[in-house]
Design a protein around this ligand. Structure first.
Ligand code: SAM
Ligand code: SF4
Length: 324
């Protein structure tokens, strides 16, 4: 089948699948303090996830990232990974996971053996008090999780969202902590995807501000941009740093991603006001051909993205339910 392409000429290669909207953290930039969880029955079953993943791989998706909520809260996580790992013979090249890592230590080696190629771990601060303020949880289990992943020989990258007034003072300490351990790091500008009415433009610490803070202590060289959403930099001549600056420099023109929520809604853009309910269509009995045609139409209609209409989106779904 020909690859998934939208009317702006962007080919889709990457799919993020949210395994659950549940999370054991309460990151202030991601979800309301008292979230309403989705009804359990509405979450996709493992077979449904595997069927959708197969459908997308058949249409040219070759990289899948499992996310959430917190994917580690999914009881059948290992079976979900194995079911998707089986798609390698159909064209899947990479299977990844984004996690807060707080519960990963006991299962790190199992997840690698089941098929996860690389992990993105969210770590927004190395100072325990700052971490606690942002996530409402303790840092120690996360640091243990990062160590367990390293011990399991996993490939790990760190992600840090930077919010003014919360953790902008952590930019340099986080960088130096990650550099000392040889862990690649990406800073992420705070996006308007949290609890409605929470995000403020002036809470966004821009890529330029982060670079200014880092440049005061380190040499920073800008590298040519590739298909990754992060602008790449080389720090002190050797260390790879990325900055995802969706707000100050949207990368919509080269976006190759799609997202499926935990209930099976297809969001062609992180900022789309509505999704396409593939999960509901599956449960109504749609066959693969009908689902495939629904996906192709939704992808074709993908709009220009955040670059075309910056600012908060009017919708009920927040980041923990969307999957980041
Ligand atoms: N629980 C997992 C974790 O924290 O890594 C996976 C889900 S989380 C929604 C996925 C990513 O979205 C994380 O890297 C998180 O930092 C990021 N994220 C959440 N809310 C965000 C926001 N408002 N702006 C920018 N990134 C955000
Ligand atoms: Fe949970 Fe991840 Fe959202 Fe934090 S960023 S609340 S860990 S889903």
């Amino acid at each position: 089948m020909s690859p998934l392409i939208d009317s702006h000429g962007r080919t889709k290669r990457k799919l993020r699948i949210s395994l659950t909207d549940r999370c054991n953290f309460r990151c202030t930039y991601c979800m309301p303090e008292h979230p309403d969880w989705l009804p359990r029955k509405s979450l996709l079953e493992r077979d449904e996830i595997a069927r959708l993943a197969r459908l997308f791989v058949a249409q040219g998706i070759d990289q899948i990232r499992l996310t959430g909520g917190e994917p580690l809260l999914r009881r059948d996580l290992v079976e979900c990974i194995r079911a998707i790992d089986a798609l390698r013979e159909h064209g899947l090249r990479r299977l990844s996971m984004t996690t807060n890592a707080s519960r990963i230590a006991p299962v790190a080696a199992t997840l690698v053996a089941a098929g996860i190629d690389d992990f993105n771990v969210s770590l927004d601060a190395v100072d325990a008090a700052v971490f606690q303020r942002l996530t409402k949880r303790e840092i120690a289990p996360v640091l243990d999780g990062i160590q367990a992943l390293a011990d399991a020989g996993a490939s790990v990258k760190l992600n840090a969202v930077v919010v003014r007034g919360d953790n902008e003072g952590e930019v340099v300490p986080l960088l130096e902590w990650a550099m000392a351990r040889g862990l690649p790091l990406r800073f992420i500008e705070y996006m308007p995807l949290d609890a409605p009415g929470h995000w403020r433009r002036d809470a966004v610490v821009s890529e330029a501000e982060m670079l200014a803070a880092i440049s005061a202590r380190h040499s920073v060289e800008s590298l040519p941009r590739e298909s990754d959403p992060a602008s790449p930099y080389r720090v002190d001549g050797h260390y790879p740093l990325g900055i995802i600056s969706t707000v100050s420099h949207p990368f919509c023109a080269t976006c190759d991603r799609l997202r499926i929520t935990a209930t099976g809604e297809l969001f062609t853009c992180l900022f789309s006001p509505v999704g396409t309910p593939l999960g509901a269509r599956m449960r109504e009995g749609a066959d693969d051909e009908t689902l495939g045609a629904t996906v192709r139409r939704a992808v074709w209609l993908k709009d220009a993205g955040y670059a075309a209409r910056p600012g908060p989106v009017e919708r009920t779904i927040t980041m923990h339910a969307m999957g980041g």
